[in-house]
Design a protein around this ligand. Structure first.
Ligand SMILES: Cc1cc2nc3c(=O)[nH]c(=O)nc-3n(C[C@H](O)[C@H](O)[C@H](O)COP(=O)(O)OP(=O)(O)OC[C@H]3O[C@@H](n4cnc5c(N)ncnc54)[C@H](O)[C@@H]3O)c2cc1C
Length: 267
């Protein structure tokens, strides 16, 4: 998602036509998250999976009976979550479409291995007029912001010039894109589709909603948590940074934000 008023670039008349046109289209991007899908009948699936462990009945039968008698599953699932029996939560998944994030963010995101990812390619998609993320600390300072945006434009010029040179030497499409992209910054905007099951989401929120997490991924995690809480409150009402479940901060005095007391070391 592009930020407002970011398309006007003063002084571009000095630049050559094609490159100037690309630079004109560069813009600051902002976080945008949409949920594409949540497993249907999520509460009933978790309920039937839990019950299967202790019942002589078949989970299919439990599922059908419960669907005809809705109401008490939510409370049951809340108890399962608070008891820490998390494996039944793996049967329910969320798929998110995410844009307006940096490659610096997605590099951290994909470290979460119990998930599926499909990311916009810089080989197949030419980065003509690439958008970028501006860290808030830089955005808040006019001089820094100006320098930052100028750097993005210089990178675009370099990318375009390398791409042109590679194409002149016979590189075509992804063959040229894949090498020109090496000069692109971590700030480059990217788009990614992420699927995580509920157990992994809870783990992700524990790590990435913590104040120790980097600001951009923390913002994304906060938005994903908000959506999960709306869609499936029985599972996500108490999700968040690990301190909220533990009731103390395990990060130590140096890193703690102070919201919760530090863990008392056991002898
Ligand atoms: C504040 C912060 C700072 C960080 N700094 C750095 C850094 O400086 N350098 C760096 O490299 N990374 C860093 N990371 C990333 C971090 O080390 C993890 O790679 C990332 O958070 C993913 O966590 P995970 O492995 O628990 O999650 P996932 O990969 O999603 O795994 C979820 C859980 O599944 C289990 N699991 C998954 N795979 C295995 C396996 N192969 N074997 C056994 N169990 C497994 C584990 O219980 C794991 O917790 C940082 C993360 C945070 C939140």
């Amino acid at each position: 998602m592009r930020g407002p008023g970011m398309r006007t670039v003063p002084g571009i008349g000095l630049l050559a036509g094609k490159i100037a046109e690309r630079i004109r289209h560069m813009a600051q991007a902002r976080l945008h998250v949409e949920v594409l899908d949540v497993s249907q009948n999520a509460l009933f699936i978790i309920y039937a999976a839990c019950r299967q462990c202790y019942s002589s009945k078949f989970a299919g039968q439990i599922f059908r009976e419960e669907m005809e008698n809705p109401g008490h599953q939510e409370e049951f699932v809340r108890q399962v979550v608070s008891s820490g029996h998390e494996s039944p939560l793996e049967h329910v998944k969320f798929t998110f479409a995410i844009e307006g994030v940096s490659r610096a963010l997605t590099h951290q995101l994909v470290r979460h291995r119990v998930a599926s990812y499909s990311q916009q390619s810089q080989r197949y998609v030419k980065e003509s007029g690439f958008d970028y993320i501006i860290p808030p600390s830089i955005e808040a300072d006019e001089a820094m912001k100006r320098e930052y945006i100028n750097t993005m434009r210089e990178i675009q010029k370099s990318y375009d010039s390398l791409l042109d040179a590679l194409e002149k030497k016979g590189g075509k499409g992804e063959g040229a894109n894949q090498d020109a992209r090496f000069v692109l910054p971590q700030a480059s905007e990217t788009k990614i589709v992420v699927t995580m099951n509920c157990r992994e989401l809870i783990h992700f929120f524990k790590e990435r909603c913590c104040s120790r997490a980097q600001w951009e991924i923390r913002k994304l995690a906060g938005e994903m948590l908000r959506i999960c809480g709306e869609k499936l409150p029985a599972v996500f009402d108490n999700a968040g940074a690990k301190c909220s479940a533990l009731g103390y901060c395990p990060e130590g005095a140096k890193f703690s934000c102070g919201k919760y007391p530090l863990r008392i070391n056991r002898k």
